[in-house]
Design a protein around this ligand. Sequence first.
Ligand SMILES: NC(=O)c1ccc[n+]([C@@H]2O[C@H](COP(=O)([O-])OP(=O)(O)OC[C@H]3O[C@@H](n4cnc5c(N)ncnc54)[C@H](OP(=O)(O)O)[C@@H]3O)[C@@H](O)[C@H]2O)c1
Length: 242
Amino acid sequence: MTPADDMQALVPRHDGSAEAGASAAAPAELLELRRLPRPRPAAGQLLVAVALAPVNPSDLLYIAGTYGLPRRRGAAAGFEGTGVVVAAGDAATAALVGRRVSFLAGASGAWADYALTDPASCVPVAQALREEDAAALFVNPLTAMAMIALAAEAGARALVLNAAGSQLGRMLIALACERGIATVAVVRRPESVEPLHALGATEVLASSLPDHAERLGAALAAHKPRILLDAVGDQAAADLFA
Ligand SMILES: NC(=O)c1ccc[n+]([C@@H]2O[C@H](COP(=O)([O-])OP(=O)(O)OC[C@H]3O[C@@H](n4cnc5c(N)ncnc54)[C@H](OP(=O)(O)O)[C@@H]3O)[C@@H](O)[C@H]2O)c1
C-alpha cells in the first residue's frame, strides 16, 4: 500500500459478540490503530474524508461486543461522523462529491481517515455548523426526535427520564419543552441539576441526595407522568412506576 491508497483506522481487536458475563475491558484495550486499504465506493456508495467522529455509548457497546451487532475485527468502528465527500461509486451520486456532510457509516466505519456511506445516510451541512455538532447529527438527535414524537402522539403531558444530563437527555428536555411536555429529569450528581433547569426541565432531581426518594415521589405526584424514558435499566428505574 502507498500513502495514497491506505488510511489509518481504529479497529476492534475482537470478532463477533462477547460472551455473556465477559469482564469489561477499557475501550483502549478493545481497539487497535491499523493501516487499512482506503475503501473504494461501489455503485450507490460515497467515500467521505472523515473530519470528526463522536464516541457514542453505542460505539462503546459495539467494540465491547455487547451491542447486538457482531464486531468485525480489522474493520473500522464508529457509527457516525462528519467530513467531505471525496468520491462517488456512480454518476447518480457524483453531485455530492465536494459537499460537507454528516453521515451514518455504512460498509466501513467512521473511526478512520475515510468511511463509506450512501446518499440516504448522509445530509449536506452548512459550513457554519460546528464540527462537533455536524459529527453527531444522527444517533442522538433522531432518537430524541422520535421519542418525543411518540410521547406527543400518546398524548403525554409529562414524562420521566433518567441519565438526563446525557447528550440524549438534554435533547429530550429541549424538545419536550418545545412541545409543552413537562419533564421530571433524574441525574446522578447535584452539579448536573442547574444546567438542566436552565435548559427548561420542569423538575431536576439528583439521585445521590439523601432526600431523593421523597423529592421524586413529590414530583411524580405533581406531574403524573405516564412515560418513562429509561437509559439506565437499573432497579431504581424499575421502581419509578412501582
Ligand atoms: N437509538 C437508540 O437506541 C439510542 C440512541 C442514542 C442514545 N441511546 C442511549 O441513550 C443513553 C445516553 O446516550 P448519550 O450519547 O446521550 O450518552 P452520554 O452523553 O455519554 O451520557 C451518558 C450519561 O449516562 C449517565 N450514566 C452512566 N451510567 C449511569 C448509571 N449507572 N446510572 C445513571 N446514569 C448513568 C451519565 O451520568 P453522569 O453525568 O452522572 O456520569 C451521563 O449523563 C445511552 O444509554 C445510549 O446508549 C440509545
